[in-house]
Write a protein that binds this ligand. Structure first.
Ligand code: FAD
Length: 349
């Protein structure tokens, strides 16, 4: 509030008062626009706490950027939903997914990363002076740079009991879990290139790979179709979907009930694992039009990189990776994003 208690003011005083008044109105407008605001400006905000987010936090914290990290609802990310992780370097005996993620969080915290246990709703960019406004469920935070590490969720069928079976005979990653299913029958759901790739990969381990597709032709490229259809271990089952999962007494999946998409006829198939390959949904909506996305919603970055189209806004991990989607590749992108953010912030100052 400005109080003017002189009756006559000089031109300089008038101008100075007008300037202060304008700043106050501007600040008030921002407050009204954003609701409850935390007006402490951050150098760097990281969104997400999977391997990409924690790795970015470790690098940024060690560079003294004191990153503020939003955990989102799934603290530790996708790996907290699995048991054994055998392909993350440094653990010859494998490591439990939640343990691996807990270790990463401890490492980030040790170097000074701070955590906000909330979801981010949106990211906007202020025209002047070019800060980002990150709005969460409880307020808005300003930062000079932001790294989006919000991951991607595999699509499942939405059937009863599905959630409990994930990691117990139901998965969306053959690279991650294929080697656990040696000499047993498994099935892949889907008809695109990813489904075919998963099926071919699984032939290294499984005794039989059923490829369930709800149509009578694959959507995959001709070359891929040929490889799949000529493979002695792969048996396509056309016009078929899964109607229900069968669970054994040990709590692991032991089969599926199939439904013919044309006749509605039901049948049973004994398999020890179902590999879902019907796509992923990247959590990229929060960035609005500050980023470009591909048709599936994955954030497009500069060639092989982590820079989005907006300077100062970076993306790492599954949310920007339609191809590899692995913990180690997400961690690698998190590292690169933190180094790029560091470089960007240095050039700003
Ligand atoms: C069951 C299962 C088993 C797997 N096994 C392996 C394996 O053995 N080896 C391997 O390499 N990979 C494995 N993967 C894949 C691996 O988990 C992912 O590639 C990796 O976790 C991706 O890391 P990320 O950091 O990009 O995102 P994620 O791990 O998906 O983490 C995303 C983070 O973003 C947060 N978030 C999302 N939206 C918001 C928001 N709006 N605001 C704030 N935060 C938000 C979430 O809370 C979460 O913390 C497995 C995946 C699954 C599902």
């Amino acid at each position: 509030m400005i109080s003017i208690n002189k009756s006559i003011l000089s031109v300089d005083e008038l101008l100075s008062n007008a300037f202060t008044l304008e700043k106050n109105v501007e600040s008030l407008q921002t407050r009204l626009h954003c609701g409850r605001i935390h007006f402490v400006d951050e150098k760097l905000i990281i969104i997400g706490t999977g391997p990409a987010g924690y790795t970015a936090a470790i690098y940024a914290a060690r560079a003294d950027l004191k990153p503020l990290v939003f955990t989102g609802g799934q603290i530790g990310g996708q790996l907290t939903t699995t048991t054994e992780v055998e392909n993350f370097p440094g653990f010859p005996e494998g490591i439990n997914g939640p343990d691996l993620m807990f270790n990463m969080s401890q490492q980030a915290e040790k170097f000074g990363a701070r955590f906000v246990y909330e979801d981010v709703v949106s990211i906007a960019r202020e025209e002047c002076p070019g800060m980002f406004v990150v709005t969460s469920s409880s307020g808005a935070y300003k930062a000079a740079a932001v790294i989006i590490c919000t991951g991607a969720a595999a699509r499942y069928l939405g059937l009863d009991g599905e959630r409990e079976l994930i990691g117990h005979g139901l998965t969306a990653c053959a690279t991650c879990d294929g080697s656990f299913y040696r000499d047993v029958p498994v099935c892949v759901v889907g008809g695109g290139d990813s489904a075919c790739e998963e099926a071919l990969f699984l032939t290294r381990f499984a005794s039989k790979v059923y490829l369930l597709h709800r149509r009578d032709t694959l959507r995959a490229s001709a070359v891929m179709q040929q490889r799949v259809l000529n493979h002695e271990k792969i048996q396509p089952i056309w016009n078929t979907g899964i109607a229900a999962y069968r669970k054994g007494e040990n709590g692991e999946l032991c089969g599926v009930q199939l439904k013919d998409t044309k006749t509605g006829e039901l049948s049973e198939l004994e398999v020890q694992c179902v590999f879902m390959a019907i796509g992923h949904v990247p959590n990229s909506k929060l960035a609005g039009n500050l980023v470009d996305v591909d048709p599936a919603g994955f954030i497009r970055c500069s060639e092989g990189g982590v820079k989005t189209k907006t300077p100062g806004l970076f993306a790492a991990g599954d949310v920007a990776d339609p191809v590899y989607r692995q913990a180690i590749s997400a961690a690698g992108m998190g590292c690169r994003a933190a180094l790029e953010a560091q470089h960007y912030l240095t050039n700003l100052s």
